[in-house]
Design a protein around this ligand. Sequence first.
Ligand SMILES: C[S@@+](CC[C@H](N)C(=O)[O-])C[C@H]1O[C@@H](n2cnc3c(N)ncnc32)[C@H](O)[C@@H]1O
Length: 327
Amino acid sequence: MAATSREPPRDDDVYDEAVRGTCDDASLCKRYAVSIGYWKDPYIEYFVRQPKERKAPEISRGYYARVHGVSQLLTAFLKKTECNCQIINLGAGLDTLFWKLKDENLLPKKYFEVDFPTIATRKIHNIKSKPSLSKPIMESHSGESLLIDAHSLDSSRYAIIAADLRELPKLEESLKKCSMDPHLPTLLIAECVLIYMTPEHSSCLLRWASSTFSAAMFVNYEQVNMADRFGQIMVENLQSRHCNLVGVEDCRTLETQRARFLANGWETANAMDMMKVYSCLPPADVKRIEALEFLDEKELLEQLMQHYCLCWATKDTCSLGLADIGL
Ligand SMILES: C[S@@+](CC[C@H](N)C(=O)[O-])C[C@H]1O[C@@H](n2cnc3c(N)ncnc32)[C@H](O)[C@@H]1O
C-alpha cells in the first residue's frame, strides 16, 4: 500500500520505489545502444528520451547479447507452437517486444505484461498519447471494444496488468480477467526482475507458473556469480541507491539458478553466463557490433558478462518438444 502524505514512507515503500526506478535504467541503456546502431527498435524512443551521457561500450554489448539471447529463445518457442501460444512478460517495464513481434508477424494469441501500477500507468499513458504505439494495438485488435483506463489495458492481443508479482492470487485473477488461458502453451519472461524479490517470493512465482500451465517455458535473465568480489560491488552499488538485491541468494551460481526451477515444478532447466552467450553469437554479428565502438578494456566486458546469465526452464506435458529449445 502506498504511504499517505502524512506518514513517512516505510522501508518497503522506499525499496519498491527504487526497484521501479530500475526500469528507467534498463530502457535508457537500450535506447542508447539502439541510437548507436547495436540493434533496431523504432519504438523505444516513444518511451525514453535519448540519455544525455554516453553509456560504456561494454554495457551496450552486454545489452546486445541479452536482447539477442532472449529473442532466440522466444523465436524458437513461437516456432514450436506456431504462435498458438501466449506470452507473459513479468516485470516488463517499458519493454517494446509487443510492437516488434507485431512488425515481424509473430504475435502470439495474446501478449501480457505485468508490472507495478505506477509503471503500468506510465506505459499506458505513453501508448494513449502516441499514435505510433496505439495504432498497432488497434490494428491487431478484433472483437469487442478495447478496454483502456489509467491502470490497465486489455485488447484482444495485448494486455497490460498492474499487479505485484508477490501477490499471486491477485495476479492470477487479473490475468484471468484479461483472458489468460492456462491450456495454451505459455512463455514467461523475466528480465532482471526475480533478484528484486525474496527467494520465497520468487519460488512461489515459479511454482505458481509451473502448476498453472501444462506446457510452458520460463526465460529468466539476471545476475549470477554474485558471491565473488565483482558481484559484491554490484550489490553495494545498488544498495547505495536503496535497492537491496533481496533475491541475490539464488544468483550465486548457474547451478543455484537452475536448481530453483527444478525445485519448483519445472522439468528441465538450463543456464548459461552471458560470456558464453556472447561467444555463441554469429561471427558476422560480433564483427559488426565490435566495429561500432572502440572497447579498450576487454577484461571489463568479460567480467560484466560473467555476472549475468540466461536461464530457461520447461514443462511440457503436451510433448511439444519444448525441452529441445536452446541457444
Ligand atoms: C530492471 S527492470 C527490467 C524491466 C524489463 N524487464 C526490461 O528488461 O527492460 C525491473 C522491472 O521489474 C519490475 N518489478 C520488480 N519487482 C516487481 C514486483 N514485485 N511486481 C511487479 N513488478 C516488479 C519493476 O517495476 C521494473 O519495471
